[in-house]
Write a protein that binds this ligand. Structure first.
Ligand code: NAP
Length: 315
């Protein structure tokens, strides 16, 4: 297959490109600048220029492709985030998606794979949910839901098979958020908020890429959740990671204090439960995660960090 990947230089995209190439596919990767072009080449792909928000610039790059994949995101990595910090990410999920599908239609690409997040939907009480759960009402997921709707509607309008892959919280040794959490737990600078009982559905970045490759190889329309086998409690997850890093257990702070220190959006992220399962993706595609729980996934993360000497000990 010939596959166009937007975001192929990122944490998720690099893995998608590498795995696709490893399975004998030809990959065309959108690259912004010479160093990113080199990276796509090193991963075994062919770099192409283009503007994610300009369909006319993407269509020639997609010529002859069987599938177009959007793995590009721009998620802020600083620890105290505001809604406005997500403006570029929102734009990628909405305008970027529209441009990708317009270009795919112009270039006669018959299939599209779309990145989304599981916590865009779910019941307000934090109980387990599946792909049919109602949308969450908050402003934080509005653009994500709009992006899904654009993908679905434009895909149907142009006759393009559109797979929406909603991922759980992605982690890996090289993911900025995982590194921030590890580095702050090592300094005992990341507390558990409240009783730490929020349940997160997680997924290792290698398994995200595996799911994207699976959906790319067997195009069809639908929405699927990409998570591992067991949601993790945030408090236990932080304690486990701190222990593995040889750090003291994280402090516990009440929610009101965490609001003052970290801001309401950070507190909301750390205290929201989104337990879901990938049963539908397993059933429809026969996929299995390589890291069934964070126990196995963090073994791999910690091995990689040890080799790299991360996090550095402060004197
Ligand atoms: N479900 C989740 O938990 C979830 C979902 C997504 C991301 N994340 C987290 O967010 C962090 C980032 O992961 P990631 O791979 O999505 O992001 P990343 O490593 O920051 O890579 C983002 C990718 O999107 C591209 N991109 C960004 N803005 C673009 C634009 N305007 N036009 C074209 N391409 C653009 C980047 O290209 P350049 O290399 O040219 O900048 C890069 O290829 C990680 O820590 C990951 O764990 C989490």
């Amino acid at each position: 297959m010939r596959v166009f990947v937007a975001g192929g230089t990122g944490v998720i995209g690099r893995r998608i490109v590498r795995q696709l190439v490893g399975r004998g596919h030809e990959v065309v990767g959108l690259a912004r600048g010479a160093d990113k072009q080199d990276l796509i080449r090193r991963l075994g792909g062919t770099p192409v220029g283009g503007d994610l928000f300009d369909a006319a610039s993407l269509a020639p790059a997609m010529a002859g492709c069987d599938v177009a994949v959007r793995a590009a995101t721009s998620i802020p990595t600083k620890s105290r985030t505001r809604r406005s910090d997500f403006a570029m990410n929102d734009r990628i999920r909405t305008e970027g998606t529209r441009a990708m599908l317009r270009a795919a239609s112009d270039a006669r690409v018959p299939a599209y794979v779309h990145e989304s997040i599981v916590w865009a939907v779910g019941p307000p009480d934090g109980t387990p949910f599946d792909e049919d759960a109602p949308p969450r009402p908050g402003a934080d997921v509005r653009a994500t839901l709009a992006g899904e709707r654009i993908a679905r509607e434009e895909g149907a309008r142009h006759g393009i098979d559109t797979a929406i892959l909603r991922c759980g919280t992605i982690y890996s040794a090289d993911a900025a958020h995982t590194r921030t959490i590890g580095e702050r737990l090592a300094r005992r600078a990341l507390p558990v908020i409240g009783d730490g009982s929020a349940l997160w559905s997680m997924i290792h970045a290698d398994d995200v890429a595996g799911a994207f490759v699976t959906a790319t190889e067997r195009p069809r329309s639908g929405v699927w959740h990409i998570v591992d086998d067991r949601p993790a409690r945030v408090g236990e997850l932080f304690e486990d990671l701190a222990r593995r890093l040889g750090a003291a257990p994280p402090r516990r702070v009440p929610t009101w204090l965490a609001m003052l220190i970290g801001g309401s959006l950070t507190v909301q992220i750390l205290t929201t439960s989104f337990p879901t399962s990938s049963a539908r993706f397993r059933r429809d595609f026969g996929w299995r995660p390589r890291f069934p729980t964070t126990r196995e996934g963090l073994d791999q993360v910690l091995d990689a960090w040890r080799e790299e000497g991360f996090p550095r000990r402060r004197r």
